[in-house]
Design a protein around this ligand. Structure first.
Ligand SMILES: CC(C)(COP(=O)(O)OP(=O)(O)OC[C@H]1O[C@@H](n2cnc3c(N)ncnc32)[C@H](O)[C@@H]1OP(=O)(O)O)[C@@H](O)C(=O)NCCC(=O)NCCS
Length: 154
């Protein structure tokens, strides 16, 4: 952690194509069934997709989130913070800003799925007003696990 800048120095901005390799490497570290770099590259060209990063001046991109918006509904499709930077308020900051971006596009309800054992993420979502509305049995692989479906009204 000695080369990590203070959280206040970390800048939020929209993801660009040059960020994709670093985003994909954080993704590979964070998830057992990660999205491929191509998925991020494709989404960057899709209207309605909001892709944001947090950029640390010392190490580059340290977090990213993806929300897609269709009319007044959105889905938080992905969020991750590099393991070296977790527990410092960056996930909270990033979630707040992508929810604001979705609201600015007219999204009124935003949905997400989270692994039933991912207590850290579920706590974060609840802090932003997400409530559990259902469960998808055995939704995830590696390991097989239920998804908890949550929604927040913006
Ligand atoms: C979930 C994740 C994005 C949170 O990012 P983060 O930067 O570590 O979170 P923050 O430091 O902003 O903390 C936000 C909240 O997360 C929870 N949290 C953070 N660190 C935690 C810890 N060590 N133990 C338990 N809960 C913790 C708390 O609710 C915290 O709120 P608090 O600060 O009021 O206690 C991050 O852990 C991550 O990237 N995980 C791997 C990828 C993932 O699971 N993504 C979600 C898929 S649905």
């Amino acid at each position: 952690m000695d080369r990590v800048a203070p959280s206040s120095a970390v800048v939020a901005r929209r993801m660009v194509m040059d960020d994709v390799p670093r985003v994909a490497s954080i993704e590979a570290e964070a998830f057992t069934s990660p999205w491929k770099a191509d998925t991020f590259a494709t989404l960057l060209q899709r209207p309605g997709a909001e892709l944001w990063v947090l950029d640390d001046p010392e190490v580059g991109v340290v977090a990213y989130a993806v929300v897609w918006c269709i009319l007044d509904q959105g889905e938080l499709a992905n969020i991750a913070v590099a393991s070296s930077h977790r527990g410092r308020g960056l996930g909270r900051r990033l979630l707040g800003l992508v929810l604001d971006a979705a609201r600015d596009r007219g999204v009124k309800s935003i949905y997400l799925e989270v692994r039933s054992t991912n207590i850290r993420a579920a706590d974060l979502y609840r802090a932003f007003g997400f409530e559990r509305i259902g469960v998808r049995r055995d939704y995830y692989d590696n390991p097989i696990e239920d998804a908890i479906l949550m929604v927040a009204r913006l």
